[in-house]
Design a protein around this ligand. Structure first.
Ligand SMILES: [Zn+2]
Length: 195
């Protein structure tokens, strides 16, 4: 990590497939900031009710206290005093997250965003691609393909649920590499979200 001038904000994006350690990496960075007595605020979207309502929990059960918000706009309200702002599962906030992250960084805050960069079809998952474009620092995390053991860049949905947003973990998804990932056959071209 480069050392930047004081009072300059910036955006970091941690992205990759499910089971690639995005949340662990987010928690690691936020903990380091907290140890340095920086004021940290952590947010996650309401949609993600896995495991805990008040904490960010990665799949290996590390946790930190977080605030669950419905809309990206609420992050701005609660993050005013923070020096470091963490946002987990950012793909669920929608496009309004982009100007909010810009605003927070322009206010001099360090903004650390973790999220899925592709959906279960292997398509870019907005707003992460836009956030990658405006971020100062990007970390792409990889899982390990459950089929062959290669680095996995894709999230394969093992359940038959339809829609881009279907919340689940190992019960519904697995990490797959480029060779082993097969985009799902859609019998209809439906794009509506199940939330
Ligand atoms: Zn594979």
């Amino acid at each position: 990590m480069m050392i930047l001038k004081q009072h300059t904000g910036w955006i970091e994006v941690i992205c990759g497939s499910m089971f690639s350690g995005k949340t662990e990496e987010l928690i690691r960075r936020l903990r380091r900031a907290a140890i340095a007595r920086q004021k940290v605020e952590i947010f996650k979207p309401k949609i993600d009710n896995r495991y805990s309502d008040t904490e960010i929990v990665s799949h290996d059960a590390q946790k930190v206290k977080s605030r669950t918000v419905q809309r990206a706009e609420e992050i701005l309200e609660y993050a005013l005093e923070a020096q470091v702002v963490g946002i987990d599962e950012a793909q669920f906030f929608g496009d309004s997250l982009v100007p909010i992250c810009q605003k927070l960084a322009n206010m001099g805050k360090r903004v650390i965003i973790a999220g899925l960069d592709q959906d279960y079809r292997g398509r870019p998952f907005e707003p992460i691609p836009q956030l990658l474009a405006i971020a100062e620092f990007i970390t792409k995390t990889h899982a390990i393909c459950v089929i062959c053991g290669n680095p996995a860049n894709h999230t394969y949905r093992t359940s038959t649920d339809k829609g881009t947003v279907v919340v689940g973990a190992a019960d519904k998804y697995e990490a797959r590499c480029r060779n082993c990932f097969v985009p799902p056959q859609e019998d209809d071209n439906q794009d509506e979200d199940i939330t």
